[in-house]
Design a protein around this ligand. Structure first.
Ligand SMILES: Cc1cc2nc3c(=O)[nH]c(=O)nc-3n(C[C@H](O)[C@H](O)[C@H](O)COP(=O)(O)OP(=O)(O)OC[C@H]3O[C@@H](n4cnc5c(N)ncnc54)[C@H](O)[C@@H]3O)c2cc1C
Ligand code: FES
Length: 269
């Protein structure tokens, strides 16, 4: 784990209170795995203030990108950070997605939950085809993303997923983009098609709890693998304070160390 001060390369608003924050952090970028997170000290807050955890959206070419939503004091203060400023960042933290692939990868996200799924999709497109088929790593892999939100403005980074060759399915509560309804509507349609074709699949999800529970139930209910990234309030981020407890079949687990990614069958809701 690295605890270092790094330069901000870029900080851009992408609408509806969401921003990309790009950091020059070569050591961290080289070690991060999809699903892990970084713990950021927000400079404008008092020095004793807690860090804020963010999933990694991308880690490449010595840069680490997070995609965050402004929701409160810490993220509002983070808005003031400019390119050239220095930020203290701790990471890589937590237990990410398994770096293997069985069956068609179905990624399911809501809001900023697409962040770790983007890093995962990128890894899959680069590496998974060769791991699963033994073919050249340039072989196309059919990664599918199901993303939901209240409105079209909550569907984030779709251009970045499409640029990776990911097939994107969308749903919004108000029908302003994609299917009108829940993200599980297009997901269920796809599950039916895969079952009819006799194809196996594996689910990877990050987003609000009700969505995660619905995805986990679909994994366990079909006897498929599901990997669920849980979002719990954190204090230390390194396993010391027990603020981030998630109930599992093995008892209480710390989201920051044993998670944030858990196997669907291990979670107790
Ligand atoms: C492992 C992990 C990965 C995360 N990845 C991302 C990410 O990629 N992008 C992103 O925008 N956010 C992410 N979050 C959530 C992010 O850490 C919080 O939104 C942030 O800490 C809020 O800080 P704040 O001071 O702005 O809000 P606060 O003033 O602390 O809280 C404002 C509101 O946000 C809610 N809130 C605070 N923390 C969380 C949380 N962890 N989950 C849900 N609601 C919360 C509070 O209940 C309150 O309603 C992640 C959290 C975890 C645990
Ligand atoms: S945040 Fe302290 S144990 Fe997880």
């Amino acid at each position: 784990m690295i605890d270092e001060s790094v330069k901000v390369v870029e900080h851009v608003e992408i609408g509806a209170g969401y921003r990309y924050l790009v950091l020059a952090a070569p050591q961290m970028a080289a070690r991060l795995q999809p699903g892990q997170f970084v713990h950021v000290r927000v400079p404008a807050l008092e020095t004793s203030a807690l860090r804020r955890p963010f999933s990694v959206f991308d880690a490449e070419d010595g840069k680490v990108t997070v995609l965050y939503k402004t929701v409160g004091r810490g993220t509002a203060a983070l808005n003031a950070v400019k390119a050239g400023d220095t930020l203290n960042v701790m990471g890589p933290l937590g237990h990410g997605f398994p770096l293997k692939c069985a069956g068609v990868p179905l990624l399911v996200g809501g809001g900023y939950g697409v962040a770790p799924l983007h890093f995962l999709a990128k890894w899959m497109v680069k590496s998974c085809a060769s791991l699963t088929s033994g073919k050249d790593s340039a072989s196309p892999l059919s990664v599918k993303l199901f993303v939901g939100g209240r409105t079209a403005a909550d569907l984030l980074a779709l251009d970045r997923f499409k640029a990776l060759g990911v097939e994107v399915f969308t749903a919004t509560n108000d029908g302003s983009a994609g299917v009108k309804g829940l993200v599980t509507d297009p997901l269920d349609d796809e599950l039916v098609k895969l079952r009819e074709k006799g194809e196996t699949f594996e689910l990877f999800a990050c987003g609000p709890d009700p969505m995660l529970k619905a995805v986990a139930m679909r994994a366990t209910g079909t006897g498929s693998k599901g990997w669920i990234s849980m979002d719990r309030h954190m204090i230390c981020g390194v396993g010391a304070c027990y603020a981030c407890i998630q109930k599992t079949v093995r008892g209480n687990s710390r989201c920051c160390v044993e998670g944030p990614v858990f196997a669907a069958e291990d979670l107790v809701w």
